[in-house]
Design a protein around this ligand. Structure first.
Ligand SMILES: [Zn+2]
Length: 71
């Protein structure tokens, strides 16, 4: 996994998806969600919420969570 450009933290697929969504789809340098939130002047919780929202729309930048067949 690549690391955050700003803080050097190991990135998750959500961090990478969020960078692509917010900055540039073709981006090859990524930031973690806390650093993205700081950059955009929003809270990390808000950004995490947006990620879930985009995921629920079926956005391909975010890997789908495993569906529980009972729900
Ligand atoms: Zn970071």
């Amino acid at each position: 996994m690549p690391e955050c450009l700003d803080c050097g933290r190991a990135l998750t697929p959500d961090d990478i998806g969020a960078t692509r969504k917010l900055i540039n789809r073709a981006s090859t340098a990524y930031r973690c969600v806390p650093c993205l939130a700081k950059r955009f002047g929003v809270s990390e919780a808000l950004l995490r919420g947006k990620i879930e929202e985009w995921r629920s729309y079926g956005c391909t930048l975010f890997p789908a969570r495993k569906q529980d067949p009972k729900t």
